[in-house]
Design a protein around this ligand. Sequence first.
Ligand code: DO4
Ligand code: MG
Length: 275
Amino acid sequence: MKLYRTAAGCVVEEDNLYYRLDGVSLDFLLAREDLPEYLSDSIAQAAPLPEFRLTEILAPISHQEVWAAGVTYYRSRGARMEESKDAGGGNFYDRVYSAERPELFFKSTASRTVGSGGKVRIRSDAHWSVPEPELTLVVSPKGRIHGYTIGNDMSSRDIEGENPLYLPQAKVYDGSCALGPGILVSESPLPHSTEIALEIDRNNRVEFSASVALTELKRDPKVLVEYLLRDNLFPSGCFLMTGTGIVPPSSFTLAHGDRIRITIEPIGTLENVVA
Ligand code: DO4
Ligand code: MG
C-alpha cells in the first residue's frame, strides 16, 4: 500500500487502484500508531478514483521534521575522510562509523523540501555539490516504522569538508531536501537485497549512475530510530534518512539543469531537476 499527498488531500494506492481519503490530513495519518490498519479500513469503505495521475503528487510531508543519519555506509566514511583531510576532520568520520552512537543531524522542514518533480537547489556559495540518495524511514510518534520513502540529502561537500562544524550549512538550506514520490506503508523491513539506484542526467546524457544494496547499510534502522527518539518528541511523526552509500567521484559536482533520479523498488522513483 502506498500513501501520496496531493493538493486535494491524501490518496492511497493499493493493487493499482487509487482511493482519496476525504477530510484526513497527512499529519493526522502520520501521528497514528495504527496507520496500516487505519488505511486498510478506510479504503475498504471507499470507491476507487476513476483517474489519478502521479503528476498531481506533492512531497509527503507536512509538520514533520526530517532528520538524517550520516556515515552509515563504508563509502560515505571514505568520502568524508577524503574531503576533510586538510581540515583534520577525517578522524571524526572514521570514529563515528564504528561508534555505538550513530551520527544523527537535523536535515529539513517541509518548507525546504520538494517532492518528486520539484526543483532541488545547490547553494550559491558552494562549488562542490552532490545528491545523496537515501532510504528514508517514516516514523510514528512512538517510534514505529510506518514505512519508507526516498530521500535526497543534497549536500555541499566543500563546505562540509572545510570544517565538520559547518555541517548544518552544508546540509540545511532552501531546496536542500527532496522526498517522495509517496510513502510505501509496510510493517515489514525491506529485504537486504533492496537496491538504491542513482542516475544523474546532464544535457539528456547519463553523467553519473551507481547503485548500492541495503546489505551495505551498517546500522539497523530500528536502532537509528531508537537514538533519534531519545529525549525527543515528534507529535506528528518524523522522517529519518538513513545515509548515503553512493558518493560520485571527487571530480563530480552538480550543475544547474541536472536531472537526478533515485529509484528504490518497490517505493518508486524520486525525480528532481537542479534549479
Ligand atoms: O557527516 C556528514 C554527513 C554524512 C551524510 O549525510 C551521509 O553519510 O549520508
Ligand atoms: Mg546523507
